[in-house]
Design a protein around this ligand. Structure first.
Ligand SMILES: Cc1cc2nc3c(=O)[nH]c(=O)nc-3n(C[C@H](O)[C@H](O)[C@H](O)COP(=O)(O)OP(=O)(O)OC[C@H]3O[C@@H](n4cnc5c(N)ncnc54)[C@H](O)[C@@H]3O)c2cc1C
Length: 423
């Protein structure tokens, strides 16, 4: 049970106020295959997350979406702690780690442990918008990536449209950039764009003369309008909205990479992103696991702890094994990416499907472990609340965004049967 913190936007100074369960990961998981720079980053991010994310998490996860409820103070704390620099090379202001993708995925796991909303905000800011900009010219990187690393500009990344998302084909996509000498005119509409209600710019996938191109567009450009934030089942701190483009003039030098490379850049970026989402699944799973272990040991029924029943012993033994597998999978996919493999399949797809499916399974268990308390957002008697309820709502989207889990299975099946059979 957590004591309610009244001010999410202003994290309290001490984690002493929070009643966090003992971390089971340090007892059960041995990080043998993980390089030292990544282990160090796990420790560092955990300190930041325990101190700043944990106290704010309940408010972030339970208030209805609105522009002014974006957790800006927390975002600034994460920037101040240097977390947005983790994925990047030193020459653009990053930390210059030896294993940046693995460290980034571990960072997402540690943030999701307390709040999947916060993990998603950072995933889109750093991995999607930030990583796509790695393909940009030095001038564009100076203009957008340097302030993104510092937390001075918030990034967003848009592929999805009302009638295109899983299917990102030219036939389905209707956001069109028309080239005129030294600029594009963009018309169209994107949907569910994370961070867009508060972002400064969007990395935008659009159709350009029969191929696809990525453009960086300032969200205060004339003709751009960001709609009202969507009201969602979970991840309430992650603001999403439609972005409308009406005759928007975008300078030709705002192309990321080359014209016509947009789909490849977007798919490679989403592959990185899906390793992050796999890690977020592990973070949520580990968190519910830890809360559940504590509850099973302390809650009494029939004169003994609920954990004394073999049903729960075996169930938790299975879940501990699955968390081990899920973490190893995403770390392996990320290490392959750090080894220079842009599309580390099938591991990235395996990790995303397995880790997020596991989070949903464990969240269902967690609510069951807590019984009626797990189903309750806030208890009338004493305003107590239980983290498992929030994860039960938050975990579902991880099975959907950055490539649905059906598409992950299609990617794995392609590795087995070949594209000529799977399509
Ligand atoms: C909270 C949230 C944040 C998001 N953030 C972003 C963002 O920042 N940027 C962005 O561009 N998008 C974002 N999205 C969009 C997200 O990536 C899409 O919702 C997702 O890709 C699925 O697309 P869709 O919702 O259009 O579903 P559809 O494409 O309509 O798919 C519906 C179902 O059909 C299934 N399906 C489709 N094709 C096949 C097939 N060949 N075989 C089997 N099943 C299939 C899918 O797996 C899915 O279960 C976000 C969405 C949400 C809800």
């Amino acid at each position: 049970m957590n004591a309610r913190d009244a001010s999410a936007a202003e994290p309290v100074a001490s984690t002493q106020l929070l009643d966090m369960p003992p971390r089971q990961q340090s007892l059960l998981y041995h990080d043998l295959g993980t390089p030292q720079d990544v282990l160090d980053m796990r420790t560092r991010v955990r300190q930041v997350a325990d101190r700043h994310v944990a106290p704010a998490a309940w408010e972030i996860g339970h208030r209805e979406e609105a522009r002014e409820r974006f957790p800006r103070a927390l975002f600034d704390e994460l920037a101040h702690a240097g977390l947005f620099r983790v994925p990047f090379a030193a020459d653009i202001g990053g930390l210059g780690l030896a294993h940046p993708a693995t460290a980034t995925a571990v960072m997402i796991e540690e943030l999701a442990y307390h709040s999947n909303s916060v993990a998603a905000i950072v995933d889109v800011h750093c991995i999607l918008a930030g990583h796509a900009l790695k393909h940009a010219s030095p001038a564009l990187q100076q203009r957008y990536l340097a302030p993104l690393l510092a937390g001075q500009k918030i990034g967003s990344f848009a592929t999805t449209e009302p009638d295109a998302s899983t299917d990102l084909s030219i036939k389905a996509m209707q956001t069109i950039a028309t080239f005129h000498d030294d600029h594009f005119i963009v018309n169209g509409r994107k949907r569910f764009i994370t961070n867009s209600p508060v972002a400064d710019f969007v990395v935008l996938l659009c159709v350009d003369d029969g191929r696809m191109t990525e453009l960086v567009v300032d969200l205060d450009s004339p003709g751009v309008r960001v709609g009202a934030p969507d009201k969602k089942m979970g991840n309430h701190g992650q603001l999403t909205a439609d972005i409308y483009f009406d005759q928007v003039k975008v300078a030709a030098d705002r192309v990321v990479g080359e014209r016509g490379q947009g789909l490849r850049i977007a798919l490679q970026t989403l592959t990185y992103g899906r390793i992050g989402i796999a890690a977020s699944g592990v973070g949520m799973a580990q968190s519910v696991f830890d809360h559940s272990v504590q509850r099973l040991k302390t809650r009494q029924a029939f004169g003994k702890p609920v954990a004394a029943n073999q049903h729960w012993q075996f169930r938790m033994a299975e879940r501990a094994t699955e968390i081990e597998n899920a973490r190893n999978l995403y770390v392996k996919a990320a290490l392959r990416m750090d080894a220079g493999i842009a599309f580390p399949e099938p591991e990235a797809a395996m990790a995303k499907w397995y880790g997020t499916n596991l989070a949903a399974d464990i969240a269902r268990d967690g609510v069951q472990v807590f019984g009626g308390y797990g189903f309750t957002r806030e208890l009338g008697a004493d305003a107590s609340h239980y983290h498992v309820e929030e994860v039960y709502r938050d975990c579902k989207i991880a099975e959907i965004y950055e490539g649905t889990n059906e598409i992950q299975k299609l990617v794995i099946a392609r590795s087995i049967f070949g594209k000529n059979i799977t399509g």
